[in-house]
Design a protein around this ligand. Structure first.
Ligand code: CA
Length: 435
């Protein structure tokens, strides 16, 4: 969905932002070991993939802006013997041919080649601080140039964070990116609906997690993050991923799960009663969260401040909790003192993109930034009432509810790209448990 041309355009945009006389070095990390000699599935680094579309490990992309801007890739060389075990590699030739890279070399040549490529560059852009081995490697090249200073060799003098530039680029999504994210949203919708249909009292949480995973994998996607499938008390644990408890009749199930398609994430939460019927208390809390979410989503439009949805969600939640007696006092005072955080302790959303908590600043010059068309974010208020909550009657315990959708800022307002996933009480009650 994102074509070669777009990857090339991103590289040239970045090179323009860096300016002549600079160089960028972006690394694709090696495989990570899970245990002994078993590797984790490989997921490319977001920035590296954003600039190249290349998903092999052990590669380094070098960008040299200037009149004759060049993209250079160091990658794993072809190796028929190795490829029998680990699959086909593009190799330098394939990288130039299939990824529109100007020059490519085997990764083994990196150490020899880099000092010569860095010679004369003033500013060196990289992702410092991510991988200390790679940081040391970069400075070993710089030091090799420094000692040749008398021969007229010039080492870079400014070391800049390439991510600072990339973060801003990645924050505004292109039409290709939006299309990819719509696909992730569609698969995520199918998975959540499937989970609603199949969930039953007595099932284990991991059975629901498996149903979700099945839908993702069947569609050729993977998960963007570990699915959270928390029933009863676990619905109040924000990052619960054990998913190993039996689901009880009368409890709620909170599912936070999103598919990843070509390195782009969806991130959705739904909460529903496992037996298909909300209790009076569950319904009361659910309606507050739903109302808060809808009101918050309305605040997403170009020109509005980043925290406008959160402010609105807090307002609606405080009002709702006052009405049912879980909070007491003046709304303004509760908001000011943040005593609502006992029940709603997280923010109302985050940027969404290649990383589930995507890059991009939330404040500019210490002020909340304004929404612009092409930004993608989540809106996800919640109320959580763990057992033994002080001053809270037992009937409210173990109710944890979050409702989360993915929102695109459009030219005129917003679009909820995950709107196909039911969230009305009546919709959920008629869907849950009806396979
Ligand atoms: Ca989430």
């Amino acid at each position: 969905m994102i074509n070669l041309k777009e990857f090339a355009q991103r590289r040239s945009r970045l090179m323009k932002l860096m300016g002549a006389g600079s160089v960028a070095i972006v690394m694709a990390p090696p495989h990570l070991l899970r245990n002994a000699d078993v590797e984790y599935p490989y997921r490319p680094d977001s920035n590296f993939y954003y600039l190249s579309g290349f998903d092999e490990p052990d590669a380094v992309l070098v960008l040299l802006p200037g009149k004759t801007a060049r993209s250079i890739m160091f990658c794993q060389d072809r190796n028929p013997e190795q490829e029998i075990w680990t699959g086909a590699r593009a190799g330098p030739e394939g990288v130039c041919r299939d990824y529109a890279i100007d020059e490519a070399f085997p990764i083994e040549m990196l150490d020899n080649k880099m000092p010569e490529l860095l010679d004369g560059c003033t500013s060196l852009y990289s992702m410092y601080g991510r991988n200390s081995n790679f940081d040391s490697q970069i400075f070993s090249w710089v030091n090799r140039l420094r000692v040749k200073n008398r021969m007229g060799v010039k080492a870079p003098v400014a070391f800049c964070d390439v991510a600072a530039l990339l973060n801003e680029m990645r924050l505004i999504k292109s039409s290709g990116e939006i299309k990819t994210m719509r696909r992730a949203a569609k698969i995520t919708a199918e998975a959540h609906i499937q989970a609603m249909r199949t969930a039953r009292p007595g099932q284990m949480e991991f059975e629901v997690a498996a149903d979700i995973q099945h839908v993702f994998n069947k569609a050729g996607a993977t998960f963007a993050y570990q699915s959270i499938v928390g029933s009863g008390a676990n619905s109040c644990v924000l990052h619960y991923i054990n998913n190993n408890q039996a689901m009880n009749d009368g409890d709620l199930l909170l599912i936070d799960a999103g598919a990843e398609v070509n390195c782009y994430a969806a991130d959705v939460t739904r909460t529903f009663p496992i037996n298909g019927r909300f209790s009076k208390e569950q319904k009361a809390i659910y309606e507050i969260v739903l109302q808060a979410q809808k009101a918050a989503i309305k605040q997403v439009k170009p020109g509005n401040l980043w925290n406008a949805p959160h402010k609105m969600a807090v307002k609606v939640i405080v009002r709702g909790l006052l009405k049912i007696g879980l909070l007491k006092g003046e709304p303004e005072k509760i908001i000011k003192s943040e005593s609502f955080k006992k029940f709603f302790m997280h923010g109302t959303g985050h940027w969404l993109g290649m990383d589930v908590h995507d890059v991009g600043d939330y404040k500019i010059n210490r002020r909340w930034r304004r929404f612009e068309p092409g930004m993608m974010l989540t809106v996800e208020p919640g109320i959580y009432i763990p057992a033994n909550s002080r001053g809270v009657a037992k009937k409210w315990w173990n109710i944890g509810i979050r409702i989360e959708d993915d929102i695109l800022v459009s030219k005129t307002g917003h679009e909820v790209i995950t709107s196909k996933i039911p969230k009305e009480v009546s919709e959920l009650e008629s869907l849950v448990g009806h396979n």
